[in-house]
Design a binder for this molecule. Sequence first.
Ligand SMILES: Nc1ncnc2c1ncn2[C@@H]1O[C@H](COP(=O)(O)OP(=O)(O)OP(=O)(O)O)[C@@H](O)[C@H]1O
Ligand SMILES: [Mg+2]
Length: 210
Amino acid sequence: MITIVGSLKGGSGKSTLTFNLAVWLVMAEASVVLVDADPQATLTDVVDVRGEEGFKPRIEVFGKDALSESRLREADEALIDVGTSDMESLRRALAICDRVVVPVPPSQADIWSTQRFIQMIATVERATPPEIIGFINRGDTHHAVQETNETAAALVSLPGLRFIKPRLSQRTVFRRSFSEGLAVFELEPRGKGAREFMSLTAALYPRLVG
Ligand SMILES: Nc1ncnc2c1ncn2[C@@H]1O[C@H](COP(=O)(O)OP(=O)(O)OP(=O)(O)O)[C@@H](O)[C@H]1O
Ligand SMILES: [Mg+2]
């Protein structure tokens, strides 16, 4: 399956999610092609850090030249991190993917931009459009803050998007693990961040769980 992690907004958590999913998939013994199609190359940087530290399993990442359907279908799973500064790569990836996973931080601006992203995806010519899956990233851990639940409610009713309930909260462990070249469940296997991430993987890859 070819999965894009994408959004029109910067800083929504695309590279963080892509990296964590890549480590998890490799540990689940799936063959994975990981593609960094963002000129910022954040995903490439974190994979480099992981390699320099010698953490196992080893992760390999390819550049945008790997964005060909035949190449991506060689593996069980393909994961593509795309930014919007390279629209050509984004469109190429959208033309060949099976689905787009959109991390949405809790804010009105992020809801609007998700709406625009759905419209943009619809302009890519394809026989069958990709599935678009949205989830909350960087959700507030305080229940008194309503913005996270309001954003979830808005996503539920957004046409063209399948909202999945598991959310990742705003937690320093996501930042810390990433800067060390580790997945969140490697740094703090029993932590809340790891638990949230595992619920998300079960929703995204039900066949690989359980
Ligand atoms: N759930 C989270 N909790 C705390 N920090 C997070 C979370 N998700 C992402 N971050 C942090 O937010 C910042 C942006 O994340 P990331 O680089 O993954 O986003 P991005 O969508 O790839 O950004 P860009 O559009 O610049 O490529 C990073 O510092 C990252 O560590
Ligand atoms: Mg990024």
